[in-house]
Design a protein. Structure first.
Length: 344
């Protein structure tokens, strides 16, 4: 089992300076690098202070100057917002600038809020089809002189400029949930990243089953599969209880963004009342505490051992949570110092 960090800048109130939030983001990434994590992942989002990440390549190129060993991954590029030639070229340039440390996670996107602003009229189905057309083109463009006629893109013979530093280009990961997405990724030789969100062990087992089924239907090498999960390691049961309450609140806001029904001003969604949060039974603390990877160090070790037994190759510590920077640092440090050695 290998370990990585999944992180973004997240802004909860208008009084938080963006430059301070970025320094805090860098601080967490340095901890991950110095602590021996394999990779750092950061994603792509637009117009949302909830997750600030307009271009992950910018962040990753900067992170290359603040870290030494970690791989640097997009978690994830929203494929429908990119032309394949542009994505191939920017990924290759980032790979060159980082000394060959880039890994490319790709998804269809999740928020209709973003679809409405970036590609009005596009729905999740079309977004998925765009991703499936775009992603296989990247390796062909890195090889060069590739022409394409498809449903969404048509271009004459084209070549990524520059070429990536890594031979055959950065490893590609597909964010997969339904069986067809797993099959698409595996059959194209891509690694798989799964995110069960708040849905617990049953979903974690289901997603691994879909990955295994896709591998069984493919006469080729088995790719890697990564589990991305919200994680909190507390020093006491009281700290764990507080962390669960904070993650419950985070998921109430996540759901509000996903539903795209609430007013947004200056990139901040209208505040949820205490009554609205308390009334969200799905995201109640007792459910969040049961279904996320949270607990004391030994409790988290026991949970991740179950994921390892299922066959996951990498566990990614999702740290976005609405917690204070100090609490994020403490949890991540406990994970590195007290949890990761159990898997050495």
């Amino acid at each position: 089992m290998e370990f990585s960090l999944f992180a973004h800048m997240e802004r909860l109130t208008p009084d938080q300076p963006h430059d301070q939030l970025y320094e805090e983001f860098l601080s967490l990434c340095r901890i991950a690098d110095e602590g021996g994590m394999r990779a750092i992942w950061t994603g792509e989002h637009h117009g949302m202070e909830f997750t600030i990440a307009p271009n992950p390549f910018l962040s990753l190129v900067d992170l290359a100057h603040h870290t030494k060993n970690v791989r640097l991954g997009t978690g994830t590029i929203v494929a429908p917002f990119w032309h394949p030639i542009k994505l191939a070229g920017e990924a290759a340039a980032a790979d060159l600038m980082t000394g060959g440390r880039i890994e490319l996670g790709i998804a269809r996107g999740a928020y209709s809020y973003e679809y409405e602003r970036m590609l009005p009229g596009m729905d999740a189905w079309e977004a998925g089809q765009r991703m499936r057309e775009t992603t296989p083109l990247l390796r062909k463009l890195w090889q060069g002189d590739h022409a394409h006629e498809g449903e969404f893109f048509n271009f004459p013979a084209s070549t990524s400029s520059p070429k990536p530093l890594q031979e055959n280009g950065p490893p590609i990961w597909i964010a997969a949930r339904d069986p067809n997405s797993h099959e698409f990724g595996v059959h194209n030789g891509f690694n798989i990243q799964v995110t069960p969100l708040w849905q617990g062990m049953e979903e974690i087992e289901t997603l691994m089953g879909r990955f295994n089924d896709a591998c069984a239907s493919f006469d080729g090498p088995r790719p890697k599969v990564m589990l991305l999960h919200h994680t909190f390691v507390g020093g006491s049961s009281e700290e764990v209880e507080q962390g669960v309450a904070e993650l419950s609140r985070f998921y109430c806001y996540f759901g509000a963004w996903f539903q795209n029904k609430r007013p947004v001003s200056q990139g901040l969604i209208a505040e949820l009342s205490d009554e609205e949060i308390a009334g969200n039974a799905m995201m109640a603390p007792e459910n969040i505490g049961r279904d996320l990877t949270v607990g004391t160090a030994q409790e988290v070790i026991d949970q991740i051992k179950r994921y390892e037994d299922l066959g996951y190759d990498e566990y990614s510590f999702w740290i976005d949570s609405g917690m204070s920077h100090e609490r994020k640092r403490a949890s991540l440090s406990r994970f590195i110092e007290d949890v990761m050695p159990a898997f050495a």
